[in-house]
Design a protein around this ligand. Structure first.
Ligand code: HEM
Length: 432
């Protein structure tokens, strides 16, 4: 970068890579303190990128015209799983077209209709919890959120086909989410040489695709298509401004995108919310007394203090991008740091205090950014928030959980920040 480049550490890329892998939070915070709110880094994964920590500067990024900053390019690592027509990977007009087609089912009455499914999925999860014995919440939340997606997004009927599709999806995603770094990197260029892992993944993806394409064929001719209320059926019926429907390939990629974007993330958000609640008896007691506004604040504060996705990317296009007086060259990725903003913009940032969201001057769309922002803001944000509120409420209505040990530690897994031990808890009494 030239004279107007942002400041940043001068450590060799290899050392910075280790710092990012071993202690990302500590390293990034230290650099933010030392260099300010726009910091340039260099690692073995990306030799030149810029992180942003200040809400006002994040606003410049979120409000930039979509043809100047591309998010799809920054998400390209997800390509092998999602497919190239995924809304997460597209940019420009194509992105806007897909996004518009996908938005309606995630709003208003349609969304409200999914609450019952979420409550039932919570009941199924609670019914399966052991009594008087320690267990991890995270896997249970993963099953729960997958069940919700299968019913609300895919709309597949209960039965052998649904079970088989769920099994194939888990077989495809489990290793990816566990070892995303390795697997995805290996696939995107193969330079880690893990050919066997790649081949196994491709086989499993083909098994999922086979069933999804069968579902697409069946859905297109389903006699009750117009009456169905799942996202899949709405996408089959959707038409863009030129009257064009989504092709089979586009449908496949968007369905897998919704699955990947909406399942692990929400499960992680829920697991963290319980971890925080169970270690904060004051907040737990207050939820029981207060109404839905406080519950909403609890969920939002959980996503603030434990950002599920710690940062997002935008790649500069066309000409250098001017960012708070610095000049960022074409091709460089700008990363609004979600976790960084969630620290930087809040007094006593490490305190779990839902009241922040209920006081005058509450967090806004640039200080509270767990779902990103601008034209790329998470399509499922309202869906996820509703699911989290519904599940937390249902669990508190039906049972009591106790923490088994200290608050969980944060561990990076692929693109998410998960609880290291999976949030271990005990249910002392059977649920009602
Ligand atoms: C707590 C749960 C969730 C979190 C923390 C989360 C977070 C995010 C973030 C950070 C982005 C990138 C935004 C940006 O680049 O500015 C995103 C995008 C997206 N999310 Fe979510 N998400 C969650 C749940 C969901 C759910 C439930 C769905 C759907 C069922 C979903 C679907 C999507 C889609 C389709 C995009 C791409 C939007 C675009 O590129 O236009 N997410 N999400």
């Amino acid at each position: 970068m030239t004279g107007t480049a942002p400041p940043g550490p001068r450590l060799p890329a290899l050392l910075q890579t280790f710092a990012f892998l071993l202690a990302p939070g500590r390293y990034i915070t230290a650099c933010q303190r030392r260099y300010g709110d726009v910091v340039r880094f260099s690692t073995k994964f990306d030799s030149n990128f810029v992180m942003v920590f200040d809400p006002a500067i994040v606003k410049q990024v979120f409000q930039a015209p979509p043809d100047r900053l591309h998010a799809g390019k920054a998400n390209s690592l997800l390509g092998p799983v999602l497919g190239e027509r995924s809304v997460l990977l597209l940019d420009g007009d194509e992105h806007l077209r897909q996004r518009k087609l996908m938005l309606p089912p995630f709003h208003g009455k349609r969304l409200a209709g999914y609450a019952e499914v979420m409550r039932e999925a919570a009941d199924n999860a609670i019914d399966a919890w052991p009594v008087g014995r320690e267990f991890a919440l995270m896997p249970s939340m993963q099953l729960l959120t997958l069940e919700v997606i299968m019913r609300t997004v895919f709309g597949v009927e209960e039965g052998a086909r649904k079970d088989e599709l769920t099994r194939r999806i888990r077989a495809m995603l489990d290793p990816v989410s566990r070892r995303a770094g390795v697997v995805l990197l290996a696939m995107s260029g193969g330079y880690l040489g893990r050919r066997r892992i790649v081949e196994r993944f491709e086989r499993r993806r083909a098994e999922v695709d086979e069933m999804i394409y069968e579902e697409i064929a069946m859905r297109r001719t389903a006699p009750d298509l117009e009456e169905r209320d799942d996202v899949f059926s709405m996408l089959v019926l959707a038409r863009d401004e030129d009257g064009r429907p989504l092709s089979d390939g586009e449908l496949r990629d968007e369905l897998v995108t919704l699955l990947v974007a909406g399942h692990e993330t929400t499960a992680t958000g829920l697991a963290w919310t319980f971890d925080l609640l169970l270690h904060n008896p004051r907040v737990l007691a207050k939820i029981e007394e207060e109404g839905d506004d406080y519950l909403d604040a609890v969920v939002k504060e959980s996503l603030r203090i434990r950002a599920v996705i710690p940062g997002i990317g935008r790649v500069v296009q066309k000409e250098p991008f001017s960012l708070n007086g610095y000049e960022i060259p074409v091709g460089i990725e700008i990363n609004p740091s979600i976790a960084g903003v969630h620290r930087r913009a809040y007094p006593h940032h490490s305190e779990f205090r839902p009241e922040r969201f209920l006081e005058p001057d509450p967090p806004d769309t640039y200080t509270w950014i767990p779902f990103g922002g601008g034209v790329r803001r998470c399509l499922g944000a309202s869906f996820a928030l509703m699911e989290m509120r519904t599940v937390v409420r249902r669990v508190l209505e039906r049972t009591r959980l106790e923490p088994a040990g200290d608050p969980d530690k944060v561990e990076r897994r692929g693109i998410t920040m998960v609880p290291k031990r999976g949030v271990r808890v005990i249910q002392p009494q059977p649920p009602s």
